[in-house]
Design a protein around this ligand. Structure first.
Ligand SMILES: Nc1nc2c(ncn2[C@@H]2O[C@H](COP(=O)(O)OP(=O)(O)OP(=O)(O)O)[C@@H](O)[C@H]2O)c(=O)[nH]1
Ligand SMILES: [Mg+2]
Length: 206
């Protein structure tokens, strides 16, 4: 595939569909990029920042906002798709619901041929939690390439961010399918968004 220009994020982008189950996934005709991470980590907000449009992906203060796989079409003609995923590790949801989301997320991440790369988001305030490790291990096993993105960088002091980022980067280096370099972002302050755009386009054309 030809290299893509970041101006694609200023062009046509639209919500395609929500898939509550794998049978409702869109036809796998273009590359896909997924955003995964714990509930409330900022997946939907980051997709809005990336595409420079408020309210494209639905966000909320309350964890558990995104409950289905949501697909967005990027480019006209259609060039690639972004998938906004439900959060994992949301302790307050009923166990059956948690289990359903887990299967949906894992099956999609493991089985999607057109999935080029997953961006796994980590809250800068919290660092890597056991549920994140589970996802890393699952992606390693399935040999799905992923890249770690630190979110909400505006919420922590620079020194704290440096320490957490170093720990997370050290962890990433131990995971075979993880890209060794982190991306540091804030959707709120629009930090690191240009780098994220490039990383997404690199992944699409990889
Ligand atoms: N300060 C700050 N707040 C953020 C940032 N990104 C997201 N938030 C807030 O964090 C909350 C959760 O954001 P979402 O984007 O809905 O998180 P999500 O990962 O999609 O959550 P689920 O769909 O529930 O899994 C919202 O109140 C956002 O406004 C950020 O960069 N900085
Ligand atoms: Mg969401």
């Amino acid at each position: 595939m030809e290299p893509l220009h970041p101006k694609i994020f200023s062009g046509p982008i639209s919500f395609l569909k929500s898939a509550p189950q794998l049978q409702f996934l869109p036809d796998p005709k273009v590359p896909e990029i997924a955003f995964a991470g714990r509930s409330n980590v900022g997946k939907s907000s980051l997709i809005n920042a990336l595409t420079n449009r408020n309210g494209l992906a639905r966000t909320s203060n309350t964890p558990g906002r995104t409950q289905e796989l949501n697909f967005f079409d990027i480019g006209d003609p259609l060039t690639f798709r972004i998938c906004d995923m439900p959060g994992y590790g949301y302790a307050k949801a009923p166990p059956k619901v948690v289990q359903k989301w887990r299967y949906l997320i894992n099956d999609y991440l493991r089985g999607r041929q057109v999935l080029k790369r997953t961006f796994v988001l980590i809250d800068s305030r919290h660092g890597i939690k056991p549920v994140d490790e589970e996802i890393f291990d699952m992606l390693d096993k399935a040999a799905v390439s992923y890249r770690i993105v630190m979110t909400k960088a505006d919420k922590v002091k620079q020194e704290e961010l440096d320490v957490t980022a170093e720990k997370v980067a050290a962890m990433a280096k131990k995971h075979p399918a993880a890209h060794p370099e982190l991306l540091l972002t804030s959707s709120e302050k629009k930090q690191g968004i240009d780098d994220l755009r490039r990383a997404v386009l690199d992944a699409v054309t990889a």
